[in-house]
Each structure stands twice: as structure tokens, then as C-alpha cells.
Design a protein around this ligand. Sequence first.
Ligand code: MBD
Ligand code: FE
Length: 284
Amino acid sequence: MTIETPADATAAKSGNAATDSFRNSGKLAKVDASTERVNLLASKLVKAANDIILEERVSYDEFNALKAWLIKVGDDGEWPLFLDVWLEHSVEEVATDHREGNKGSIEGPYYVPEAPSQNSPATISMREDEKGTNLLFQGQVRSTDGSALKNAKIELWHADEEGFYSQFAPGIPEWNLRGTFIADEEGNFQINTMQPAPYQIPTDGACGQLIAAAGWHAWRPAHLHLKVSAEGHELLTAQLYFPGDEHNDDDIASAVKPELLLDVQPAESGNGKQVTYDFVLDPV
Ligand code: MBD
Ligand code: FE
């Protein structure tokens, strides 16, 4: 898949890159809903909206503001952003509540499949002068019965020190701070990366307009995104967070869970920080 990396940092540019990414992802082709299911869900959604209008006595001016805003969400390419920030956490909860192993967290709008692969131990691809604090991220991938999952695959992607994601913001090398890592025979992995910064979702598009109009804030706490997979096991999509981040308790995307907080230590190498986090996958 190729994503047209935006030429400038406007919300519409990163939003449209995220929309293209979704269109290319193959996720649309997988939708297979019966008439009964569509009727049920669409009727409930329409009823919920009508109930709000009647309860809150919504005016024509407000109705028209809603129309204009919905049109702008599409114009700015921000449907993936809007849906992932405000609704994906509930979908993720439903999808993973049966698990005995890690439940994980939302994927968000900025995953790109098939990042270049390396065997662990490895260093994620980054610029020679990449800013930030070195972070050694290590751990083991196991099954729910405790057995090591040899050669498990860890996909890692995250924002840079300025809060930008490669392929969704301009001027960043294509696979910067994105990589696929293969764990060893014991399921152990060691990845050198940079600690990401807290992240503000784009504020100059439709989502930012809503946030400003509602008096909310646009922040997500600093986070690592991961997909962890192994043969015969459910794919784990997760995010990990850093203790002490002021937005761990008020993430705009509601995607923080206590078990996703890292225990960050000074690096044994003396350079930066290190953290150990193990993943437990459920058999399919
Ligand atoms: C992100 O980086 C993110 O992880 C989510 C969930 C939404 C917007 C931007
Ligand atoms: Fe993110």
C-alpha cells in the first residue's frame, strides 16, 4: 500500500491521508451485514439522534450547524479520525472482552501495514538526528498457557518528538519510527526506539472545530502503538503509555487502561530509558 504523504501539516492533508489509508486497507470488503442487522443498528442510531433533538429541543440553526459540520468532516477527510477518537474504544471493548490474555487498545487512524521487518534485537528506522530520549523496549510474547511464542511478530509505530507520524505529516522519511520486529526462539524481543511525545490531534479541521466549540482539549497522552501476532493466536492491537503523563487520565480517545501503563526505568546502558513489557496472546 502506498499513502500519498501530505505536502503540508494541515488537518485536511493528514485527514485525507488517513482516509486514503482506510480506503486501501481492505477493511471495507470485509463488511457482511444482514438486512436484520442493518435495520437494528441503523434504527437505533436514528432513534438515539431523534431522542436528543426532542429532549434538548434542538433548533433549526443547530440542525444546520450539524449539517455544515458533517459536510466539513468529509471535506477534511476526518471521518477516520472522528470515528477512531470518539467511538473505536467501545468497538475494541466488545471485540476483546472474551480474552484471557492482553485485551489491548484501539488501532487509531495511523497504522500502515508491512513496515520493513528486522530480527530482534533491532533499532527502529529513524533519522540520524531524531530528537528525543532513547527508549529500549523489550519483553516476551507468550500464549495464555505460559508457553513462549517463538518468532512472534511485533509491529511498532509511533509519533516523533514533535507528535507527528510518518506518512501522515510532511517531511518525514516514509518508514520513520515504524517497523516490524521478529522475536527470537523464546519469544523475546528488544527494540531500540525514541520515547514519543504527547500527541495533539489536528486542531485546524472539523474535529478541532468541534473540540474548540465544546471547550474540550485535543490531547492524547504519549503512546506506543503495537500489533503483536503469532501463529494460531489472535492478533493483539495495543497501545502503551508512560506514567506521569498528564493526559493518561483524560485521553481524548478514551484508550488508556491501567494495565497499559509502562514501568519505565533508566537504561542500563546509561543512555536514555528502558522498559520491559510482556504480551500474552489468546489461542484462536
Ligand atoms: C492518534 O495518534 C491516535 O493514536 C488516535 C487513536 C487518534 C488520533 C491520533
Ligand atoms: Fe497514535
